[in-house]
Every structure is written in C-alpha cells, then in structure tokens.
Design a protein. Structure first.
Length: 202
C-alpha cells in the first residue's frame, strides 16, 4: 500500500474477529515499527505481547475492578477530563461513533456495555503493552518517542490488513497489568499505553 493511502485509509477499530494473528505477523509489525525515530537513538520502549490466558485474566480483572467502582491506578499521570476544544472533539467523535452503532443518548445499558467493552480491550485476541524505563521520568521526551513507536505499530498493522485501536481503558489498573501479564517488567518499568490489535470486522 502506498504511504499516502495507508495514512488516509487507517482507522481505529473497536470490533474484532476471533481469528488469531500469527506470531510471525506480530513480530514483523513490531520490527517495522521499531524503525520509529527516538531522541538521540535511545529507543526507550519495551513491547509486551499478550494473548491467551494472561490476556483473558487481564480483561476479566480490569473490567471487574473498574465496573465495581475501583479507582484508576495508572503508572502515568492523567490530565483529567478534557476541556475546551479538546472536549468538543471528544464529544464530536463519540456522537459519530454511537450514531453509527445505533446507540441512543438515553440508552444507558448500551452505553454501559460500550464502556465495559473498552475495559475488555474490545475482546481483541492480541494486545500490545508499551512500557518505558521509570528512570527516564520526569519529562515528555520518552512519551514522544513511544508515541512515534505506537503510530508505527498502527500503520504496520494496517498495511497488513489488521485493525487496531490505542486503548487506555485496558490499563486503568497498571498494578493488575503488571501482576497478571507483565511479570517480566521490573519495578522500574512504567506502563504507558495498551494497543488492541487483530483482524477487524470490516
């Protein structure tokens, strides 16, 4: 696919087929994305691939905790609720998304179901968790670098016919992510973002 077409056609996917993605394809996506630029070639990222039982356990616990009213406990600092033009853009895309799915504004059960799907990472069969070394805090440079990597993953997946979505809801409780699925992440590793990736429903 030509680059212009790749960028213009890409979309965030929140509905996935159950079809598994092969290890070879995942590794190819990661290797391509790792060509992303980073500050002074530091390449501060770590990529953790979750599938199978660990991913299912992470989904279950994250959803149960958040649906039960647990407080958010993320490694990275949250900006809080969006305001101003950022809030306008957030609401605008939500209206379009719910409209396309036929979810009415007053349909609370369906809206709650949508929130729970986000906590479950939209049931994608593969999730990638991106982390960086805690020693790089404070500062935005490593976050910028991981953003470049993340976009590289999105494009590399799309170029191979795979949909994905950058999902913050799936790591509302970083402690659970670390306990269940990231035993290889030392205490000095900070969880930045989670990506769900799979064959999309289109």
């Amino acid at each position: 696919m030509e680059f212009e077409e790749l960028v213009q056609s890409r979309r965030s996917v929140r509905g996935f087929k159950k079809q598994q993605v092969s290890r070879e394809v995942i590794e190819a996506i990661i290797e391509t994305a790792k060509r992303a630029p980073s500050s002074m070639n530091t390449q501060p990222w770590h990529i953790h691939v979750l599938t199978g039982a660990p991913l299912e356990e992470l989904r279950r616990r994250n959803m149960e905790e958040m649906a039960g009213g647990a407080k958010v406990k993320r490694d990275i600092v949250s900006h809080g609720e969006y305001q101003g033009v950022h809030r306008v853009r957030q609401v605008d895309i939500a209206k379009k998304l719910f409209g396309a799915m036929g979810i009415a504004r007053d349909d609370k059960p369906m809206r709650q179901d949508w929130v729970l799907r986000g906590f479950r990472q939209f049931d994608a069969p593969v999730s990638l968790v991106l982390t960086y070394d805690r020693v790089l805090d404070p500062g935005a440079v490593c976050h910028f670098d991981l953003g470049a990597l993340c976009y590289g993953i999105v494009l590399a997946a799309w170029d191979r016919g795979l949909g994905s979505v950058i999902n913050g809801q799936g790591i509302m409780r970083s402690d659970i992510v670390r306990e269940v699925a990231l035993l290889s992440v030392a205490a000095d590793g900070k969880i930045e973002v989670l990506k769900s990736i799979a064959m999309d429903t289109a």
